[in-house]
Design a protein around this ligand. Structure first.
Ligand SMILES: Cc1cc2nc3c(=O)[nH]c(=O)nc-3n(C[C@H](O)[C@H](O)[C@H](O)COP(=O)(O)OP(=O)(O)OC[C@H]3O[C@@H](n4cnc5c(N)ncnc54)[C@H](O)[C@@H]3O)c2cc1C
Length: 499
């Protein structure tokens, strides 16, 4: 039970106890230990929604293997610009985590991160041509130094034997591999971050405390209305700055804040199902995250992959996700979430998306209608000799895609993440789901730049920020030396491979 009294007037309120609030809280406390911060969470513990280990795939997204970040141009060449952005955002996470490990705030990186090669694997001539062109474009860039490519089944079998055993001899296949990849237990990481925050003066976390309202008071602070479920009390907190890091709950709270910048936003929930295998004789034979090519019309986060997971010291395999449709915005949310989020300001954008995104609707309907036999057949495309009895279904976290007001079309569906901030920088909401937890450090830095520009100065937070993130202000996609140096520095601290 959470016994801490709720401080009435903290500097900062963080809504939600997932990886995003935990990361922002950590950065703020490092930059200014005198800040008083209150974290409010509906559930009984931190990291129980998307950040929980089994609710996400745990990929340390560096856009090594996810083919959706590298679209093919009409001339056959491959555009790697978005991949480079995601790739170097992960370097920011590596620097923050290395800083915390070096400082002793996180005792052992193996509690949350493990080296795990990232692979892309495709079959069929057209896909092989695409992967070859992608490899040529990526391996020529310093960010993807060390990427390997093969069309040889013996080589691919050496990398990931389960993907080759039982596959037709004449099947045209290709794979890339990058050994510097990682499997991350974001649930464990969130617990570690919240624990080190709680050990600091001026920080408190309050579980079973649901935020129900956000209004400005006459002094320009935010009044945060809270239901304390344990004590069955209504209470309030007044804060100068509020971060809405409520995952799927963020849209509703943004609407409650009524800031003009949030008008017109809506959310589109996508649920997910995994197949999970805990059989040690199977999981011992696969050590990689193997991403395939997305089905036509599928949202980017639904690209199937066969993943090694290392959670609580135990190795398992995960396959999926199979997307589905649910009207809940959170796994522990309500079936009415979607309907409650519809308001006069966002009905047109939402209808526009329903009208224009026929491909997505078609994809989701197809996924929902899939039987478990179809799902297992999809796994066998990756792992031909998979046995049904080794695998069971597991429910993944919910993702709420952003529906954004847009002048030309009246509404567009976005697959990324977006920070929506009040003009006076006193409140910011994080919407969206991809690339996700891997970019928590990059998102926290964006919050600092958006909402605390007057503190990010040489006489303010900047020197400390550069100590935490030594490459702050350097574009790692252009500066090859800085990129090599930071990777060589963070790999041994996090016990990752370096090439
Ligand atoms: C199927 C799937 C696969 C994924 N795979 C990956 C991956 O491989 N790599 C990756 O980097 N990312 C991945 N992600 C994305 C990643 O999990 C999320 O981006 C990340 O966990 C979001 O963190 P968060 O803190 O914003 O949200 P959450 O972890 O969902 O936390 C939000 C918290 O806010 C609380 N909350 C909500 N409303 C309120 C309220 N009114 N009052 C108080 N508390 C409230 C919730 O209870 C919850 O605890 C995946 C996600 C899914 C669903």
């Amino acid at each position: 039970m959470d016994e801490t009294a709720l401080p009435g007037t903290p500097d900062v309120v963080l809504i939600g106890a997932g990886i995003m609030s935990a990361t922002l809280g950590t950065m703020l406390k490092e930059l200014d230990p005198s800040l008083s911060i209150v974290m409010l969470e509906t559930l009984q513990d931190c990291a129980q929604e998307s950040s929980e280990a089994w609710n996400n795939a745990g990929t340390g997204h560096a856009a090594n293997c996810e083919l959706n970040y590298t679209p093919q141009r009409p001339d056959g060449s491959v555009d790697i610009s978005r991949a480079l952005e995601v790739n170097t955002e992960f370097d920011l996470a590596r620097q923050l985590w290395s800083y915390l490990v070096t400082k002793g705030a996180i005792p052992d990186p193996r509690a949350f991160i493990h080296p795990c090669p990232h692979m892309s694997m495709v079959w069929g001539k057209e896909n092989v041509d695409f992967l070859r062109a992608r490899y040529q474009a990526m391996s020529a860039h310093h960010c993807y130094h060390g990427m390997e490519y093969s069309e040889d089944r013996n080589q691919i079998a050496a990398w990931a034997p389960l993907t080759i055993e039982g596959r037709a001899e004449d099947e045209v296949i290709a794979a890339t591999r990058i050994v510097t990849g990682a499997d991350v237990d974001y649930g464990s990481l969130t617990h570690l971050l919240v624990a080190q925050l709680t050990a600091q003066p001026g920080f408190s976390v309050h579980y079973k405390h649901r935020v129900t309202g956000l209004t400005r008071d006459d002094a320009g602070r935010w009044r945060v209305d809270v239901v304390d479920a344990e004590r069955e009390l209504l209470c309030e907190v007044f804060a100068k700055f509020v971060f809405i890091g409520a995952g799927g709950g963020a849209i509703e709270l943004l609407q409650k804040s009524d800031i003009p910048e949030g008008h017109g936003y809506g959310g589109f929930p996508v649920s997910g199902i995994w197949l999970r295998c805990d059989a040690p004789d199977v999981s011992a034979r696969h050590h990689a995250k193997v991403y395939g090519k997305a089905a036509h019309g599928s949202p980017p986060m639904s690209v199937p992959h066969l993943d090694t997971r290392i959670i609580g010291g135990t190795k398992s395999l995960l396959f999926g996700p199979y997307a589905g449709f649910s009207t809940r915005f959170l796994k522990h949310g309500s079936l009415t979430d979607l309907f409650r989020s519809i308001e006069p300001g966002n009905i047109l954008p939402m209808l526009a998306v329903a009208r224009d995104d026929a491909q997505l609707s078609e994809y989701l309907i197809g996924q929902v209608l899939q039987t478990s036999a179809h799902q297992f057949a999809a796994l066998q495309e990756f792992y031909p000799t998979a046995k049904r009895h080794d695998w069971r279904e597991a429910v993944a976290g919910q993702r709420v895609q952003i529906i954004k007001p847009d002048q030309a079309h009246t509404g567009v569906l976005e697959f990324g993440t977006e920070l929506v901030a009040a003009a006076d920088r006193s409140l910011v909401a994080l919407l969206g789901a991809s690339p996700g937890a891997s970019t928590a450090a990059a998102i926290a830095i964006h919050v600092l730049q958006k909402c605390f520009p007057d503190r990010l100065t040489e006489s303010g937070w900047l020197p400390k920020l550069k100590q935490i993130i030594p490459t702050y202000g350097i574009d790692l996609t252009r500066d090859a030396d800085a990129c090599r140096t930071t990777r060589a520095a963070t790999a041994p601290v996090l016990k990752l491979e370096n090439v």
